[in-house]
Design a protein around this ligand. Structure first.
Ligand code: UDX
Ligand code: UDX
Length: 431
């Protein structure tokens, strides 16, 4: 099929390249000309394992193209995926739909034949209705259908999540687009992964409700971890014991520094705002937001305790600064709150991140190091901030080359017992 992806970001680029891998002809479009020019030169705008090879292979075979000519790309395509950003408006906590509306207007002017218009970006419930109004369903009757096909891609695992989804959710009340989408997804709908056809508004809400629940699950285990720290219990034992109950499941029960990223923080707030519009109080999601936003204060209190409140001039090394492993995405990363605090307290911060240096930190007391070794040497405190594989078996003594230093493992990568046996000053989460 002929597909146009509008918005070549983390979601658009992965979806577009995966659809081309399935044999479709895909044009990925973006307003950011530099991004498109770089992609045409084979330069990747984001870090996503396996993406570069996928893009290069399909680009070479002519199935995957990059363009900033949105009109002609729409005209050539039968299915238009809207994957532009839906950033949260900090004041109103509403998902900002200006990009989505802007794209809908452009599509309206390029309906040269029947098209399926798909919202893949996470959009508030009833956005599909609004897009329909913009494209003027009366004037352009039978020339288009607007459907919802929310993405459930985790950064760092996005390609796997695309090809092996638990479910593909298609939201539409019309038969024609549903048939087209079922054909499009046929190669990846196996017995295991379900093709779930529902109404457009249900599909829109499934996305928010899923992210809201996952954020709740993570926040729940993080709060239980706080209790474990006070009662000398190991949170990993609790998570294992809980996860063996199939009704709970063992995934998304890893205690850590709190959730970040471009989705959970934004989507939980947008869900609450949508509910408010329908005069419904989502008290649980509200408390999840509050709990997660203040989690960094717990971590800072722990750091002060580990360092006996002596932070001035201390050398602190961060292993990883992004919101999770497997990505270069800094959006809502816990490090964006912890590092500035440490700088204000007079610390010297160094960090190494496998996805490279970050432009977020503009301060001469924060230094990017090109390796774990350079970042760790001489540190007073090592903070394991993300769970990259290369941080899982470090010989801290050889790396730090200092008698006295501490480790604060925010991802519980190491065993407290083993660390004690090697007489390392080791601290972690919920243990
Ligand atoms: C985005 C939304 O943020 C997320 O909520 C949704 O689930 C999927 O789409 P992401 O891909 O991470 O997620 O966004 P981002 O990385 O910001 O990419 C959006 C792309 O759209 C950017 O490359 C931006 O340049 C492009 N864009 C934005 C357009 O092409 N046109 C516009 O009008 C606005
Ligand atoms: C999430 C959803 O998983 C995905 O379905 C949706 O499409 C987009 O948002 P993403 O944000 O990319 O994906 O990563 P995810 O792996 O879900 O992690 C989100 C945050 O939760 C990260 O900060 C991560 O560190 C944290 N997390 C996740 C935990 O702290 N513990 C866990 O057990 C799992």
């Amino acid at each position: 099929m002929k597909i146009c992806i509008i918005g070549s970001g983390y979601v658009g680029l992965v979806s577009g390249s995966c659809f081309s891998e399935l044999g479709n002809n895909v044009i990925c479009v973006d307003v950011n000309k530099e991004k498109i020019n770089n992609l045409n030169k084979g330069l990747m705008p984001i870090y996503e394992p396996g993406l570069e090879e996928l893009i290069k292979r399909n680009y070479k075979q002519g199935r995957l193209k990059f363009s900033f000519d949105i009109s002609s790309s729409i005209k050539k395509s039968d299915i238009i995926f809207i994957c532009v950003g839906t950033p949260i408006n900090k004041k109103t906590n509403q998902a900002n739909l200006r990009y989505v509306n802007n794209v809908a207007n452009i599509i309206k002017n390029n309906l040269n034949k029947y098209k399926v218009i798909v919202t893949k970006s996470t959009v508030p419930v009833t956005t599909g209705d609004k897009i329909e109004k913009i494209i003027n369903i009366k004037k352009n009757k039978n020339k288009f259908d607007v459907i919802s096909n929310p993405e459930f891609l985790r950064e760092g695992e996005a390609i796997r999540d695309f090809f092996y989804p638990d479910r593909v959710v298609i939201g539409t009340n019309s038969k024609k687009p549903n048939t087209i989408m079922k054909n499009l997804y046929l190669p990846i709908i196996k017995k295991k992964s379900r093709y779930f056809h529902t109404s457009r508004k249900s599909a829109e809400l499934i996305k928010y409700a899923s992210n809201g629940f996952l954020a709740t699950k993570i926040t729940f285990i993080n709060e239980i971890a706080n209790l474990c720290e006070k009662s000398n219990i190991d949170i990993k034992e609790i998570a294992t014991g809980m996860g063996l109950d199939e009704r709970i499941g063992d995934r998304f029960l890893r205690a850590g520094p709190g959730y970040g990223g471009s989705c959970f923080p934004k989507d939980t707030k947008a869900l609450v705002t949508t509910a408010n519009k329908f005069k419904t109080n989502l008290s649980i999601v509200k408390s999840v937001i509050k709990s997660n936003e203040s989690r960094y204060k717990f971590l800072i209190a722990r750091i002060n305790k580990i360092m006996s409140n002596k932070l001035n001039n201390k050398k602190i090394c961060f292993l990883g600064v992004t919101f999770k492993a497997g990505t270069d995405d800094m959006r809502e990363s816990p490090s964006l709150k912890i590092i500035p605090y440490l700088i204000r307290k007079g610390c010297k911060v160094r960090y190494y991140d496998p996805s490279g240096p970050k432009s977020n930190f503009k301060n001469n007391n924060i230094k990017y190091c090109p390796s774990t070794k350079d970042a760790c040497v001489g540190a007073d405190l090592l903070i394991v901030h993300t769970e990259w594989n290369e941080f899982k078996q470090l010989n801290f003594k050889t790396l730090v080359k200092k008698k006295i230093f501490s480790i604060f493992d925010l991802r519980n990568l190491y065993s407290p017992l083993k660390m004690k046996k090697s007489s390392l000053n080791y601290f972690s989460i919920g243990r």
